[in-house]
Write a protein that binds this ligand. Structure first.
Ligand SMILES: Cc1cc2nc3c(=O)[nH]c(=O)nc-3n(C[C@H](O)[C@H](O)[C@H](O)COP(=O)(O)OP(=O)(O)OC[C@H]3O[C@@H](n4cnc5c(N)ncnc54)[C@H](O)[C@@H]3O)c2cc1C
Length: 430
């Protein structure tokens, strides 16, 4: 892999991509009035916080209200590093102070409960109602607890954490790893595609193995997978052979990876090839768009929100735009970078539609680093094209770490992943 390519790509994605796609845009501003245009954004994660920030940055005259229940947002990116003991919860924590004080976003710490697309208003759990001209939704994912027999939110919160949202779940899983007895195994149950961050279960297995190798060398990680193949598989397998021989066992669906049932009281996972017992059992359930999107009729049979590929406007409710993990966006993966670039594209589109300044060219992209050990990371990145038929890979711009990458190059990628995290955090919250 040419490391400079991913760095170039990543800087391009984060910092130069800001404009609307005039190809698909109406020439008439959709809002012309003496009153300020009002945008409400639901969800203060990668997609929502970026959208709120960039709308204000591009046109401070637009009134932007961000609704997010958390006062401190812990990122999923780097939460696997916390599990391995390489970072702390403080390292992945972000507040909304910069959005509020530097950009003038009104941040309301509450939960949106009902959207009225006809009256164009959003009701909050606390009783407040917010009127909007355009609504942006980036509520992330919801979890299908019912999809696995024996599993439930309660089981996840007490004994078999999912840790697919960062925060208390990350801390619970970390505590369990610390309490694990040497010789007990860690089981990770990985879902079918599509789900949030396709590489993250395998990064997690790697960083848990890194911790076990130092602290509990008789233990190992067993991945029970609903899939037959996974992203960056050859790169992960090569790294596991080199760094953690015999410590990570991956079972695909056809060789016993498919989970049939869980028994949280016994810490067992039943598969068609028999029961597996874990000292720690991390179950990542299948997912759909965040609940507010489902409840508001913004999802189709896939469980995700179909959107116009140029404007991210819902195909089911006009006036509402969906970005991030919740949206159906062609071949783009559900990643933080994808959400960030979609949100910037949307911000630019909305500002232009409200009659604000035009903002040049923009890029949709994704860049996903996976840390396998402190000095060893691999990555995949790509640009995407917004076409009238949908969002598609740009075949000229897909990059994957080479299987022949040198030790220095792999260590270089680990450094770049830290830079990526710092830059995307600064581009979103900090
Ligand atoms: C372990 C792990 C590692 C990952 N690593 C990476 C990585 O290295 N690189 C990468 O690019 N991506 C990574 N990801 C993926 C990344 O975290 C997601 O793709 C990204 O968070 C999606 O952004 P989002 O805005 O759609 O959702 P989120 O960032 O989850 O934000 C959604 C927000 O909406 C809020 N919300 C939900 N419902 C409501 C409501 N009704 N009212 C108000 N607010 C609401 C939630 O509280 C939440 O804060 C990782 C994911 C996991 C699980």
């Amino acid at each position: 892999m040419d490391n400079t390519i991913s760095r170039r790509n990543f800087n391009k994605l984060l910092f130069s991509g800001l404009a609307g796609s005039s190809l698909f845009m109406s020439a008439t501003p959709l809002f012309a009035s003496a009153r300020k245009a009002r945008v409400v954004v639901i969800g203060g994660g990668f997609g929502g916080a970026t959208a709120a920030r960039y709308i204000k940055k591009l046109d401070p005259a637009i009134a932007v209200t961000l609704v997010e229940p958390k006062t401190v947002f812990h990122t999923c990116p780097m939460s696997n590093w916390v599990l391995g003991g390489l970072k702390t919860m403080q390292d992945i924590a972000h507040t909304y102070n910069v959005l509020r004080h530097r950009y003038g976003v009104e941040v309301v710490h509450d939960t949106a409960t009902v959207i009225d697309p006809v009256k164009k208003s959003v009701k909050l759990k606390g009783g407040q109602s917010l009127a909007y001209d355009r609504l942006v939704l980036s509520p992330g994912v919801d979890f299908k607890w019912e999809a696995i027999e024996g599993y439930s939110r309660q089981a996840a919160e007490t004994v078999m954490p999912y840790a697919w949202e960062a925060g208390p779940q990350t801390q619970l899983l970390r505590r369990q790893l610390l309490a694990l007895k040497d010789g007990q195994n860690v089981i990770i149950c990985a879902p079918k595609n599509p789900f949030r961050c396709p590489a993250a279960p395998y990064e997690r297995a790697s960083l848990i193995a890194w911790y076990l190798k130092k602290s509990k060398p008789k233990s190992k990680v067993i991945i029970l997978d609903e899939k037959e193949v996974f992203t960056k598989q050859d790169l992960f397998m090569l790294a596991w052979e080199r760094l953690y021989p015999g410590m990570i066992e991956w079972r695909s669906a056809s060789v016993g990876g498919k989970v049939e049932r869980l028994d949280p009281s016994k810490m067992t996972v039943a598969t068609e090839f028999g029961d597996e017992k874990g000292g720690v059992v991390n179950v990542i359930p299948p997912q759909r768009a965040g609940r507010i999107a489902v409840d508001s009729g913004l999802t189709d049979a896939s469980g995700w929100c179909p959107v116009n590929p140029a404007t991210f406007e819902s195909l089911l409710h006009p006036g509402i735009h969906v970005v991030g993990d919740a949206a159906l966006v062609g071949t783009m993966p559900k990643s933080g970078t994808a959400a960030n670039t979609q949100a910037k594209s949307l911000a630019s589109t909305l500002v232009e539609q409200f009659g604000g300044p035009k903002n040049g060219e923009h890029h949709l992209g994704s860049l996903c680093f996976s840390l396998i050990a402190p000095n060893y990371a691999v990555s995949v990145s790509g640009d995407y094209l917004q076409t009238p038929e949908g969002i598609k890979d740009n075949p000229a711009d897909v990059h994957l770490t080479s299987m022949e990458a040198t030790t220095d190059q792999l260590a270089g990628e680990a450094m770049q992943s830290l830079h990526w995290y710092k830059n995307i955090s600064q581009d979103t919250w900090d």
